[in-house]
Design a protein around this ligand. Structure first.
Ligand code: NCD
Length: 307
C-alpha cells in the first residue's frame, strides 16, 4: 500500500489508513533510528528547515532524520538574517526556497503559514508548527508512541492536561485520535480549556470526552496522561501567564496513589508540570517519545522523498 503524501500540513488531512501506514513504516525505520543500520536512501536530496519560532526537538530530529538517510540540510534559525526581515513576501520566499530544496520544513508563530507556503512551493512542505494551530508530525510521533507503549490505539482513554487552549500538540493529536475508537478527558483551567473546534469534531464523530479542572481526579482510570506546558509566549502579558503557571504538577506520589499503570507523555519542553521524581518510573514515556520523533520523521521523509 502506498500513499501520496505531498505536503503534511494538518492532522485534519490524515486518515486512519494513512496513520496506520505511517506507524507501520516507522516500525521499519526503528533499526535505522537506533543506529543499528544505516541508509543513504536520500543521498543527494536537500531539506530546508525554516524555523521562525524557537525549536529544539522538532528541528533537530528532522535534521537528524534527514542526515541519517544520507540527505543534506540547509537551515534558517534566525529569521532576522533572512530577506523576510527586509520585507520579502511569503510567496517569494516559498517559490525560491522550493527551487533550492527538495523538501521544506517550516515553523512560524502565525496560523496558516505552512498552507500559504505549500500553495506556492514547488517542493513538498511539512508544517513544523504554526502558532496555536497545528503540529502534525508531533501528533504522528505521539500516536506512534501510544501505539508502542500500549500495543494499540482502539479502546484507550486518553487524558490531556495543561494549556489546551494555546497548545498545538494536544489539539493536533486529539484530531488525529478522533479517527480511532477512543475516549478523552481534558484537564485544564476553564480559561485554558480544549479548543471549541476540537470538541465539536469529537461530538460530530460521537467520541466521548469529559472536562475537569482537577488533575488528581482526572488521572484516575485513564490509559495515557498527556501533559503540556502553559504556553507562556501566547499570553497577552506575563501577569496573565503567571495566573496559570504551576496549576498542574504531576508527582510520583500522585501516580502511585491514583493510577500506577498510567503512561505519562509530554511533547517537551517541560517546565514544572512533571516533577523530576517521575522520570525514573517506568510510566515516564516522554523521553522515549522524543526519541520516536527521529524514527517517525525518517519514515515521513522516506515516504515523501524516497524512490
Ligand atoms: C511543542 C511545540 O512546539 O508546540 N514542542 C515540540 O515541538 N515538541 C510543545 C511546546 O512548545 O509546548
Amino acid at each position: 500500500m502506498m500513499y501520496d503524501f505531498r505536503h503534511i500540513l494538518s492532522t485534519y488531512d490524515i486518515s486512519r489508513d494513512q496513520a496506520e501506514f505511517i506507524i507501520q513504516t516507522a516500525k521499519e525505520f526503528e533499526p535505522y533510528a537506533k543506529k543499528e543500520k544505516s541508509s543513504d536512501q536520500l543521498k543527494g536530496k536537500v531539506m530546508a528547515s525554516l524555523f521562525y519560532e524557537p525549536s529544539t526537538r522538532t528541528r533537530l530530529s528532522f535534521e537528524t532524520a534527514m542526515l541519517r538517510l544520507g540527505g543534506s540540510v540547509i537551515s534558517v534559525t534566525d529569521p532576522n538574517t533572512t530577506s523576510l526581515f527586509k520585507g520579502e513576501s511569503w510567496g517569494d520566499t516559498a517559490n525560491m526556497m522550493s527551487q533550492f530544496a527538495d523538501i521544506i520544513v517550516i515553523r512560524h508563530p502565525e496560523i496558516g503559514v505552512a498552507q500559504k507556503f505549500a500553495a506556492v512551493s514547488k517542493a513538498p512542505v511539512i508544517n513544523g508548527g504554526d502558532g496555536m494551530s497545528q503540529h502534525p508530525t508531533q501528533a504522528l510521533l505521539d500516536l506512534y508512541t501510544i501505539y508502542k507503549e500500549r500495543g494499540g490505539i482502539d479502546g484507550l482513554t486518553i487524558a490531556m492536561s495543561g494549556d489546551l487552549k494555546h497548545g498545538r500538540t494536544a489539539s493536533s493529536l486529539a484530531i488525529l485520535l478522533a479517527n480511532y475508537n477512543v475516549k478523552f478527558r481534558f484537564i485544564a483551567p476553564k480559561e485554558l480549556a480544549m479548543k471549541r473546534e476540537v470538541k465539536d469534531l469529537l461530538t460530530a464523530k460521537n467520541i466521548q470526552f469529559e472536562e475537569t479542572e482537577n488533575l488528581e481526579e482526572g488521572i484516575v482510570g485513564v490509559d495515557i496522561i498527556y501533559m503540556t506546558r502553559i504556553q507562556k509566549e501566547r499570553f497577552e502579558s506575563i501577569e496573565e501567564y503567571e495566573k496559570f503557571k504551576g496549576t498542574y504538577v504531576l508527582h510520583r506520589k500522585l501516580i502511585e496513589d491514583k493510577n500506577p499503570d498510567v503512561i505519562v507523555m509530554h511533547p517537551l519542553p517541560r517546565i514544572d508540570e512533571i516533577h523530576p521524581d517521575v522520570d525514573d518510573l517506568p510510566n515516564a514515556a516522554y523521553f522515549r517519545q522524543a526519541g520516536n520523533g527521529v524514527t517517525v520523521r525518517m519514515a515521513l521523509l522516506s515516504m515523501i522523498l524516497g524512490a
